[in-house]
Ligand binder design. Structure first.
Ligand code: C2E
Ligand code: SIN
Ligand code: SIN
Ligand code: SIN
Ligand code: FE
Ligand code: FE
Length: 363
């Protein structure tokens, strides 16, 4: 048994766990494990309510596979429907108990404590359930503690849902912006998609985090957003640009940065950085700022490679499409000159995955 002091300490630890972890599943796992220890239960489960099917889906249940149960049955269902805590001291002699789950899992439920998880507007988010109090039955004190933990849990679920929605919206806006830039160009959306996918692949090989891989895949397609600021006369010129025209063309990097940069949005910050740096060269001879080596961000160094590879293997108003092998040969020749040699090695190692994207998304 824990003392009140120890119980308070454990509750305070929750705050730290929630703030440190981004993944909802891992927060819920920690919550369930803490709750089990603190109220001396054999097992704790967190169910999330699915309004589409009117079911409760177990997110965390120690040692057993996820289950779906009707939100209108069983003690968890009662807690969800009534939005009140339910304590059951002898499951098999209680009308609220639904033995179907035990039949499936082979578990023998004796006592149950079920607390509803409610959002700020008192809508049901799920149920926090503890099973089989060790050597005893659940008390009102256990119920109070689980209620407290459930308040934390409910806000973690609510925050995660909001975060998902926000990210969804951001992704949509960014994809729309990418299409807008393409509209100006004569190229297909396949081109921007390929640059995103090649970049994600290279980021993964380089060992960037999942979040960074996702970010580059999403934002690399916008590297040429600044081309909407370049006159069609130059953009669509069938032949070679003269020096003055090429100087104008070069401004698309800074224009793209200015267009995309947003202090409050990490995706748009990365998108802006990529737009700014995608024509910098490893040896310092690129534009607009002549950055050299690792002065160019990893995102800029990656997209420098994937953009040129895709430009070479595509038809442009001013050039024919090079073959797959010719383009790889060019990257190899430019290793340490135009491109980061470490990244070129990784890109060439991934030749077959690159070829798969190249074949799948042909113009
Ligand atoms: P882009 O067509 O997307 O090309 C991106 C980059 O791929 C180019 O950046 C260049 O580094 C590489 N690249 C593309 N085609 C070739 C090629 O035939 N040979 C070689 N060695 N590299 C190639 P860059 O040069 O900074 O050009 C930026 C953008 O300026 C190009 O984007 C394109 O929109 C435009 N541009 C460049 N040169 C010409 C040109 O001669 N005529 C026209 N109409 N546009 C051009
Ligand atoms: C785009 O279509 O926006 C990208 C064009 C390019 O990379 O050449
Ligand atoms: C230029 O036309 O001056 C340079 C363009 C290029 O080489 O891609
Ligand atoms: C990063 O891991 O995000 C940057 C590493 C690098 O610039 O090489
Ligand atoms: Fe560009
Ligand atoms: Fe490009």
């Amino acid at each position: 048994m824990y003392t009140a002091q120890r119980q308070l300490e454990i509750l305070l630890e929750f705050g730290k766990v929630i703030n440190k972890t981004k993944s909802l599943d891992s927060v819920l796992s920690s919550m369930a494990a803490y709750a089990r220890d603190i109220i001396n239960a054999d097992r704790c489960s967190i169910f999330i309510y699915d309004s589409k099917t009117d079911e409760l889906i177990s997110k965390v249940s120690q040692d057993i596979a996820p289950i779906r149960i009707s939100a209108r049955k069983g003690v968890a269902g009662y807690a969800a429907l009534s939005k009140e805590t339910h304590i059951v001291v002898d499951a098999y002699n209680d009308y609220r108990f639904n033995p179907d789950v035990d039949k499936k899992t082979g578990y023998l439920t004796k006592s149950i404590l079920a607390v509803p998880l409610l959002d700020n507007n008192e809508n049901i988010l799920g149920v926090f359930q503890a099973l089989n109090k060790k050597n005893s039955v659940f008390t009102n004190q256990d119920a109070e503690i689980l209620l407290l933990i459930s308040n934390y849990t409910a806000s973690a679920i609510e925050n995660a849902t909001l975060y998902d929605k926000l990210r969804d919206t951001q992704t949509k806006i960014i994809n729309k912006l990418s299409s807008a830039a393409e509209f100006k160009d004569q190229e297909t959306s396949k081109h921007t998609k390929r640059v995103g996918l090649y970049s994600g692949l290279l980021a993964e090989q380089y060992g960037l985090s999942k979040e960074e891989i996702y970010t580059i895949e999403l934002t690399a397609p916008m590297h040429d957003a600044g081309k909407i600021g370049i006159a069609d006369k130059i953009m669509l010129k069938p032949g070679k640009l003269d020096d003055a025209e090429f100087e104008t063309m070069k401004t698309h990097a800074q224009i793209g940065y200015n267009l995309l940069y947003d202090e409050d949005n990490d995706y748009l910050k990365t998108a802006a950085l990529i737009a700014l740096e995608h024509h910098e060269k490893y040896d310092g001879s690129g534009y607009p700022n002549g950055k050299k080596g690792k002065e160019i961000s990893i995102f800029g160094r990656i997209v420098a490679i994937t953009d040129v590879f895709d430009a070479l293997t595509s038809v442009r108003p001013y050039k024919h499409a090079w073959t797959f092998e010719e383009a790889l040969q060019f990257l190899q020749e430019q290793s340490s000159k135009h491109f980061d040699p470490q990244l070129i090695t990784l890109f060439l190692q991934e030749k077959e995955s690159i070829r798969a994207i190249y074949n799948d998304l042909k113009d």
